[in-house]
Design a protein. Structure first.
Lengths: 345, 292
């Protein structure tokens, strides 16, 4: 049982990590993240980078959907904007890597602001479908503009950082994971500020929020902008990771994937975005491992992709029906058990 | 400007719009009664088409029996979906229910790919093959007869829901759930009814769409256009579904022939954004007034 956590100041109460146990685990987690690249094989490093990119984007969507209550199916489109910006700047201008990432984020943010405009007039599912429109319009632009290289897309050289080419998963890991951590930390802190609190107020009841003096126009657009900035940076990382960007890289299904990730993880919690993105990225890989173990060998592999599709759907439905608050809630329950042990509430 | 050509294109657009209207009707039915946005409507269409394919081609049943089987089978699916996925979520926020239907769409696509693989298939021919001429305009026979069937079915459905007891119960539930409850209407049963009826209509629409363009596991994309139709028409308006269906059919046909095939979806979605900006609740939808 956890005792002696009496807080004596407001700052202590609002701290992100408030107990020694949490800080210890944080230390252990950091150490693991630092050691991981030296122990894991290339395949696992590849997965780790992919998970980190997805975490960044899912956290962005969580700001918009989980915290501000604006359902968006355009996250992949914003990632696409970021990825294309990065690809174009890298190939045409050759500007440095980190600058490109930020530029990708800013371009996606501008896109997000444009898509966010209807959110002032429409809400809920009307808005979700308006964002689907964004995803088709960006796809059309990517496929038909000269700048974006048409349907064959763009391929880009490995990123350069301090004269080092980031061409392996091992090297990219040291860029992608810190950037993601920074973004997640930023999101966690956002909800301790006035802006973040305003987002939450808008989610809970937007009319009440307006009555309380929160300008809806400004804050809804801000939420869209922030969320797409995250998506844009994640898209930029994606572009450097896969090094080829095509219009088909960012389908509507990817937007659905992110929405599913935050639902499975738990909407409106930072931990939820992380757990959800991790879980949803790893499940298809786990299925592949299971399929490799199954007898029947190559004949069974044709079923892999449809089984993944079914499992993806089942996870969404199952979590919504049985565990609507997602993995974050499961995590909270486990934690509570240890907090109260050996007593039970 | 070639007027005859324009007329022909418009006619084709209106005809395929009839199919949109039919599918949109299935969508609006569920939305009106249960306030569920069923994004899996395209996938339900697909299930109807594949069941028809299984009955007609694999078991080689006569066409009428296969249609009946497909409609009943999809209706059963609707009932099961309502019971296992939608009812447990009564009272949850709309986005949860919306996401459940997204999950459902994914499950259905996966199941179809497991059973029938992702390859494109052709449905057995059963629509008459003589070309239809209206004035000088040529109309592909499948499209013409398909939209004729759709039209007949739409009228039939509207009549049924106007005069049949169950239909009245459904409309009562749609206009005021609590009042319907207190008048002795079994609201949960109405929910099931709405889903079954919607699935059945979707199955017919799927069979027609499949026999025009073939069936594949990506047929659900049709559902996206249907979604645009209902948003443009207004989610809870039957009239909106019909007008929106014809309108979007027209827009797609015109964009497809004057601008090029890749502009089809773009044009529909640009129309969608335009309508949303001007009339956020669709052309005929109810403007909901919020109170604190």
């Amino acid at each position: 049982m956890r005792i002696g956590t009496l807080k004596q100041s407001y700052i202590a109460d609002a701290a992100l990590f408030d107990s020694h146990t949490q800080k210890t685990w944080l230390g252990v987690g950091t150490a693991l993240l630092l050691l991981f690249p030296f122990m894991a094989s290339d395949y696992w490093l590849y997965l780790a980078c992919l998970v980190a990119i997805n975490v960044a984007s899912a956290t962005g969507l969580n700001i918009l959907t989980g915290y501000t209550g604006l359902v968006s199916l355009g996250q992949a489109a914003f990632m696409g904007l970021g990825a294309y910006t990065v690809a174009i700047m890298q190939t045409r201008l050759g500007t440095p890597f980190l600058l490109n990432l930020v530029a990708g984020g800013i371009v996606a943010m501008l896109g997000g602001l444009v898509v966010g405009i209807p959110s002032l007039r429409v809400k809920g599912l009307y808005l979700a479908i308006a964002t689907i429109a964004a995803s088709f319009i960006t796809h059309f632009l990517f496929a038909n503009l000269k700048l974006t290289g048409g349907t064959s897309g763009l391929s880009l050289p490995p990123a350069q950082l301090f004269g080092l080419a980031l061409d392996t998963s091992f090297r990219l890991y040291w860029v992608i994971v810190p950037v993601t951590l920074l973004m997640v930390l930023g999101a966690a802190n956002l909800f301790r500020t006035r802006i973040g609190r305003a987002f939450i107020a808008i989610r809970d009841r937007d009319i009440s929020a307006e009555v309380l003096g929160i300008p809806l126009l400004r804050y809804k657009l801000l939420s869209f902008g922030l969320s797409s900035f995250y998506a844009g940076v994640a898209g930029g990382l994606w572009a450097y990771f896969f090094r080829v960007v095509t219009p088909e890289s960012f389908p509507l299904l990817m937007s659905i994937f992110f929405l599913a990730a935050i639902i499975v993880g738990g909407m409106g919690t930072i931990l939820g975005g992380i757990l959800g993105a991790f879980f949803m990225t790893m499940v298809p890989e786990l299925l592949k491992l299971v399929f490799d173990l199954l007898p029947g060998g190559t004949e069974m592999t044709v079923f892999l992709s449809p089984v993944r599709t079914v499992v993806f759907g089942l996870l969404i439905v199952g979590f919504l029906v049985f565990e609507p608050h997602g993995l974050a809630e499961v995590w909270r329950r486990i934690r509570r058990f240890f907090h109260l042990w050996p007593f039970r509430s | 400007m070639d007027w005859a050509y324009l007329f022909e294109i418009a006619l084709n657009g209106v005809a395929s719009g009839g199919l949109y209207a039919l599918a949109a009707l299935a969508f609006v039915l569920v939305y009106k009664a249960t306030r569920v946005v069923n994004i899996a409507i395209g996938e339900m269409l697909m299930i109807g088409a594949y069941l028809f394919f299984a009955f007609a081609a694999s078991f080689s049943l006569p066409i009428w029996l296969a249609v009946l089987g497909a409609v009943l089978g999809t209706g059963l699916l609707g009932a099961v979906v309502e019971r296992t996925m939608i009812r447990p979520l009564l009272g949850e926020p709309p986005i949860s229910v919306f996401m459940v239907t997204v999950g459902l769409a994914s499950i259905l696509v996966g199941l179809v790919e497991i059973v029938w693989t992702a390859d494109q298939r052709r449905l057995p021919e059963f629509l008459p093959k003589t070309p239809v001429m209206i004035g000088d305009a040529f109309l592909a026979p499948k499209v013409a007869y398909g939209s004729l069937v759709a039209l007949v079915l739409i009228v039939l459905v509207l009549l049924v829901f106007r005069f049949w007891r169950g239909g009245v119960a459904l409309r009562a539930t749609a206009s005021d759930q609590a009042a319907a409850y207190s008048m002795g209407i079994n609201v949960p049963r109405v929910f099931s009814l709405a889903w079954v009826a919607s699935a059945m209509i979707a199955a017919v629409a799927g069979i027609i769409v499949g026999s025009i363009g073939g069936i594949s596991s990506s047929m659900g994309v049709f559902g996206l256009s249907v979604l645009v139709v209902v948003i443009v028409g207004g989610l809870d308006s039957v009239l909106g579904a019909l007008v929106g269906g014809v309108f979007i059919g027209l827009v797609e046909a015109l964009a497809g022939s004057y601008l090029g095939g890749e502009y089809k979806l773009l044009a529909t979605f640009v129309v969608l954004v335009g309508v949303l900006m001007i009339r956020p609740y669709g052309l005929f939808g109810t403007h909901e007034i919020e109170r604190l």
